[in-house]
Structures are given as C-alpha cells and as structure tokens.
Write a protein that binds this ligand. Structure first.
Ligand SMILES: [Zn+2]
Length: 218
C-alpha cells in the first residue's frame, strides 16, 4: 500500500451527517447540497432592521440542523456559522454595516443543560471566527422556558409564548448588535430579544439567521 493511502486511513473520519468516510469534516455528498440550500437573496433590506437569511430550512440544511441538535453534533453548527461568515464577507449589504457585536439568541439554561450546547451560540462563534467580530452571548439571558416556535399555532399564541422571554443586563456596548439565531419562523423570538436589548438602550443593527422556514411551514 502506498504511503499516502496509509495516511488516508489515519486521517479519514466519518461524516457526522451520513457516516461516509471523509478527509474533511463533512463529506462532499453532504457539503454540496448544503451549499445549494443558500438563499438567492441573502439580505432583506426593506425591514426596519436588515435581516440576513443564509439558507432555506429544507432538505440538506434541515437534516444538518437536526443532526446537530438531536444527535449531539455541535461542530456542525460551528461549521455552518463559518459558512455564514464567508457569505457575509462577500455580501455588499452586509459589508455596509461594518463592525457589529454578535449576540446569539440564548436557550433557557435548563434546555441547554439537556442538549449540552446552544447551537445559536456555536453559529455565532463560527461566524466570528471568520469575521473577527466580538461575540457577547452575555448580553441576552433567557428567563422563560418557551415552547419551540414551530409548535405554536396562532400569532397570538406565539406572542404570549415569548412575552418577556429575555432580559438584558445593563452594559456598555461598543458596536450595534447583530442578533444570531438558527431558524427564523415568524420573527417573534427575534422581536422579543430586540425588546429586551432596546430596554437597555442597546441598538440592534441587523439580524442573521441560518435558515428561514419556507412559506408552507409558517
Ligand atoms: Zn456526509
């Protein structure tokens, strides 16, 4: 056997999504469809606060998020955060915003204890690895253990579910906040987080989410 083949045996690992052997963290069969889930339009500038959605919550991206959360694969979130960082670095609307303080949407401490990690925080950290922006998860605290937004039915139920779900400690923040979350459904979670930050005079400059649910899921 050739020496490089022997090295391959040592350095090949299993892709956490499909279990194929791969020299990279994710195999090429998973990477390609994941990249294909990227949204055609990264930024929605028509909203009062610009909203950036990296991808559509469907197919490969849905599977990757599920594997990350329910099969204990936190590194997938870091990887996807880095992908968001790379897209950000080449986007005209994003670059107009300059430096921001990155704040992930927190999980309730009890839920985080069960899962062992907060995927939104890992997305934010992966994003900051690439963009060199400061990451400050301590700027938001989740005080209410809410139901997943996708399990709530009406708009009113969503609002009640998230009413005063977050608080923010009084702190001086150098740059406006970039809120980061994994899935964007109705925007109610983000709205609730913005209320908590603005109550402390902390400005939210933009919102960045990994995946937006398609119309039929809303
Ligand atoms: Zn794979």
């Amino acid at each position: 056997m050739k020496f490089d083949r022997v090295l391959d045996l040592f350095f090949q690992s299993k892709c956490p999504i499909c279990n194929r052997s791969t020299p990279d963290y994710l195999c090429v069969y998973c990477t390609k469809p994941l990249i294909a889930c990227r949204s055609e339009q990264f930024c929605e500038t028509k909203l009062p606060i610009p909203l950036f959605c990296w991808g559509v919550y469907d197919d490969a991206l849905k599977r990757a998020i599920g594997t990350c959360k329910y099969q204990n694969q936190p590194k997938i979130a870091t990887y996807l955060g880095q992908q968001m960082g790379q897209t950000w670095q080449t986007d005209r609307d994003a670059l107009l915003l300059k430096k921001l303080t990155v704040v992930p949407i927190p999980m309730h401490p009890e839920k985080q204890k069960q899962r062992g990690f907060n995927q939104a925080e890992l997305l934010a950290r992966g994003f900051c690895d690439i963009t060199n922006m400061p990451c400050k998860p301590e700027l938001l605290v989740r005080t209410k253990n809410t139901k997943p937004q996708m399990q709530t039915k009406s708009k009113e139920e969503r609002r009640q579910n998230l009413d005063q779900a977050f608080v923010s400690p009084k702190q001086k923040v150098k740059y406006p906040v970039l809120l980061v979350d994994d899935i964007y459904t109705s925007g109610a979670t983000i709205e609730s987080a913005i209320l908590a930050l603005t109550a402390q005079q902390i400005k939210v400059g933009a919102i960045l989410v990994l995946a937006r649910t398609s119309l039929h899921d809303r």
